[in-house]
Ligand binder design. Structure first.
Ligand code: KE4
Length: 429
């Protein structure tokens, strides 16, 4: 008897490429049938067969409050009743911009868009327009959305599917993208020495979350800042994932590094389509209608999406919010490590704020190369054992996991119980 998930997946593959609207959802790297979700509440989701899971993906990061938070749902319902979209300025967009620039002072001005890809694509164009230079620097394994010039040795779904550099992107475009090793400041210095006068920007995930979680080395971010300042390049922190996930001031607040531009997404939409880019006022003056760098969007600042984001931003300001989120996430990874150690499995895990990484290698990776040394087959078996126990991790060894404010002791206890079973199965070769 086929499950409803299987029936839905068969049908969706007939009309949607791969049966999914974003490749990493397709379970291609872990194998098996993607879970079709029917509803979510707090830390839980239910699939099309009404099976319940503890959710550690949270829609890839946006749901830092958990699913269907009552105050977020109410804000969306009230906004929708006032009209779904106007294509004109609204007060709520102004309020959102004020919240963001208040929480992230480096963002002296900000523009709202509808996705993280739009945010990073525009930040790159803006940096090129502001400096008049053609080249950009990114790091292997980092993912900044699917804009042409950034789909070079990218992470997330591109890496998961084994196509880090996408087809369909002309060499003339990627010729201007310099790809370096994450956490290798020496390599960066050499690149600037060689062609610093042509480099418009360096874009970086200040905590990498798309080659699984990789923390920035002690001096890496400081070296990025110093070199960009020295050579007049724009330092772009892509905080689409880390923004309002690792702390109220993002990774830039955590590490005390001030970027020139920041991109945001995910949490600032609270589950609805919102992205943003912003930063130094002198750079932002180059954006249309003020300056020559064009950018636009029919639904940019959409009032219903902004209502979800605003409600979320207000709730994460609660005293101790990120301390509690970080403590719970730390407890999860420490208990997972202890459980694996008891089972004699080569496993490690780490977290930053409300995001975490798990690795089938003895130590957390510090570079892309070390990520690739992890035992992917072991992860895939672990993944499906957890899934069978009602624990939903990201269906890829190259994605970070996410804890929400709705996850508590009960969910972590249940996860550890499931992990004990999953690690036990791994010891049976
Ligand atoms: P979106 O265009 O998917 O909203 O954002 C692109 C993006 C930009 N920058 C960073 C650091 C990101 O993590 C992302 C998107 N993240 C992936 C998950 N790792 C989205 C999931 C998907 O592609 O379906």
């Amino acid at each position: 008897m086929k499950s409803r998930n299987e029936i839905l997946f068969e049908k969706s593959q007939r009309v949607i490429p791969g049966g999914v609207n974003s490749p990493v959802r397709a379970f291609r790297s872990v194998g098996g049938t993607p879970v079709f979700f029917a509803r979510g509440s707090g830390p839980y989701v239910w699939d099309a067969d009404d099976r319940r899971y503890i959710d550690y993906v949270g829609s890839w990061g946006p749901l830092v409050l958990g699913h269907a938070h009552p105050q977020v749902v109410k804000a969306v319902q009230e906004a929708a009743a006032r009209g779904l979209s106007f294509g004109a300025p609204t007060e709520s967009e102004l309020e959102m911009a004020e919240w963001i620039t208040h929480c992230l002072p480096s963002m002296q001005q900000v523009r709202l868009v509808s996705s993280g890809t739009e945010a990073t694509m525009t930040a790159i164009r803006l940096a090129r327009g502001f400096t008049g230079r053609p080249k950009i620097v990114k790091f292997e394994g980092c993912y900044h959305g699917h804009a042409d010039s950034l789909l070079v040795k990218a992470g997330s779904g591109a890496l998961t599917l084994g196509q880090p550099s996408s087809a369909g992107v002309p060499a003339e475009i990627t010729a201007h993208t310099i790809v370096l090793d994450y956490n290798d400041a020496t390599m960066l210095e050499a690149a600037f020495k060689a062609q610093g006068d042509k480099i418009a920007a360096v874009i970086v995930e200040p905590v990498a979350g798309n080659m699984n979680l990789v923390k920035p080395g002690k001096e890496f971010l400081a070296a990025l800042r110093e070199l960009c300042t020295r050579y007049g390049a724009v330092l772009i922190f892509d905080e689409v994932m880390t923004g309002f996930r690792v702390g109220l001031q993002g990774a830039q607040g955590l590490f005390g590094i001030t970027p020139d531009l920041t991109t945001l997404g995910k949490v600032i939409g609270g589950g609805m389509p919102v992205g943003a880019f912003g930063g130094r006022r002198d750079i932002m003056q180059s954006i249309a209608p003020l300056g020559p760098v064009y950018q636009a969007g029919t639904l940019s600042g959409n009032p219903v999406a902004v209502a979800a984001g605003l409600a979320t931003l207000k709730l994460v300001q609660a005293p101790g919010f990120f301390e509690r989120l970080s403590a719970n996430t730390t407890m999860l990874v420490e208990r997972l490590q202890a459980t694996a150690r008891d089972a004699g499995i080569a496993f490690s895990a780490q977290s930053v704020g409300g995001m975490f990484g798990v690795y089938f290698r003895a130590q957390p990776p510090e570079t892309y190369a070390q990520v690739m040394e992890s035992d992917k087959a072991a992860f895939n078996r672990f993944y499906h054992s957890l899934l069978a126990e009602g624990i939903y991790f990201a269906p890829s060894a190259y994605e970070a996991g996410f804890v929400s404010a709705a996850h508590g002791d009960a969910q972590i206890e249940a996860t550890i119980t499931a992990a004990k079973i999953a690690f036990g199965k791994l010891t049976i070769t």
